[in-house]
Design a protein around this ligand. Structure first.
Ligand SMILES: [Zn+2]
Length: 393
């Protein structure tokens, strides 16, 4: 059994009808950027818009004031499929990651399905997930069971390219505090223990380690405290690093190697080192390829092409990685501007409100809505999606 053609046509038509409102939601959120867990306006707007379209909306969720769940139950049994909405901005630069568009397209796709196929089987959900930029909103929501019962989840993200199937790095944040002993740097240097030496050795050890790392890992960091005055042997040095890798096992291995670098550097300088993990660890993102293939098929039908980038080319990390370890998840991206307009830049900030972004967002909203509708109405597709998920654990 394939997708009902007339329902698919009606979904596409509804997305076109909703174009103005999708644009308005994007602009409203874009104009009022709110960072990590402060997204009261964006969350309120989405709740209001979805409630007006017949969704029953619940908030707060998982103890988070700016998280929400909007539910539409169709007729009869079937799977639960969730569209995810992010809406947090970056500090200082605003919506330079385009999360305003993520919110708008999730609203648009869910509304189009609700209007075009109100008697779909199963349950259609929009889940508002705050604080992707460092706050780990999805990680907290997973821990509190907010995704329990969800069979598959999808979210589209603006980018510098259009690509449906991509992987993302796992990432963890570590701080290294080297402690030595202060002393007068001219009169009694031999009485001091130089923590800055340990820090510099650590930095260089990591630089040497990079040559031995697989292509699929990243280690990068900074000094956040390098001493107090040139005439004091530095007694405390603090460094802040990110470690990333594509594969869970290799990720652990690289963390171990970086830890050894720090311990070795501390020993060489006669210091102590304290290693602390900060914030949340984002797991690697595993795209569900069965969902991806269906999405690509629908993209063809609405006239937008995948740019053909490799799965691990130009990738970052996201808390959606953690969700992809829990249930089948897809995170297609689409070009908002040109290839050089990269996320988190001033150029991307401009691209988010461009005509090209609006056009591509609309086409991708159609592809997403059609994919979600397929997941709700085609049991063989959902079975393939679930089988793949089970096999890749
Ligand atoms: Zn983002």
């Amino acid at each position: 059994m394939g997708q009902d053609k007339s329902a698919a046509q009606e979904i596409i038509r509804q997305v076109d009808i909703l174009a103005g409102r999708i644009g308005a939601v994007n602009k409203s959120i874009f104009d009022k950027p709110e960072t990590c867990y402060q997204e009261a306006f964006a969350c309120g707007l989405l709740r209001k818009e979805l409630a007006a379209e017949g969704f029953s909306v619940k908030a707060p969720v998982a103890g988070l004031d700016t998280a929400f769940v909007a539910v539409h139950k169709g007729s009869g049994k079937g799977p639960t499929v969730a569209l995810l909405a992010e809406y947090d901005a970056l500090p200082g630069i605003g919506h330079a990651c385009g999360h305003s568009l993520i919110a708008a397209t999730a609203f648009g796709a869910a509304t189009a399905i609700r209007r075009a196929a109100p008697r779909h089987p199963g349950t259609l959900m929009v889940i508002g997930t705050p604080a992707e930029e460092g706050g780990g909103g999805k990680v907290k929501m997973i821990a509190k069971g907010a995704f329990k019962g969800v069979d598959a989840a999808i979210m589209i993200h603006p980018s510098n390219k259009t690509r449906v199937i991509a992987r993302m790095f796992a990432v963890t944040e570590l701080t290294f505090t080297f402690t030595g002993k202060a002393a007068h740097a001219a009169a009694f240097p031999y009485k001091g223990v130089n923590a800055l030496d340990a820090g510099v050795l650590f930095y260089n050890a990591v630089s040497a380690l990079r040559q031995q790392l697989k292509e699929e890992a990243r280690v990068h960091g900074i000094f956040t405290h390098g001493g107090d005055a040139p005439n004091i042997i530095p007694e405390r040095v603090v460094m802040h690093f990110y470690v990333r890798a594509l594969d869970r096992g290799y990720f652990r291995r690289v963390i171990e190697q970086v830890t050894q670098c720090a311990q070795g550097a501390a020993a060489a300088a006669g210091c102590k080192v304290k290693i602390e993990q900060r914030g949340h660890t984002y797991e690697p993102f595993y795209p569900n390829r069965a969902m991806g293939r269906m999405f690509l098929e629908h993209m063809g039908a609405v006239g937008i092409k995948d740019d053909g980038f490799a799965e691990a080319e130009e990738i970052g990390s996201s808390d959606i990685g953690n969700l992809s370890q829990e249930l089948p998840t897809l995170h297609p991206e689409y070009a908002a501007g040109g290839k050089e307009d990269i996320n988190h830049s001033r150029a991307f900030l401009k691209a988010v409100m461009s005509k090209k972004a609006a056009q591509n967002a609309l086409a991708m909203t159609k592809a997403m809505a059609l994919t979600v509708h397929s997941l709700l109405t085609e049991p063989e597709l959902m079975a393939r999606v679930k089988r793949e998920f089970a096999e890749t654990r």
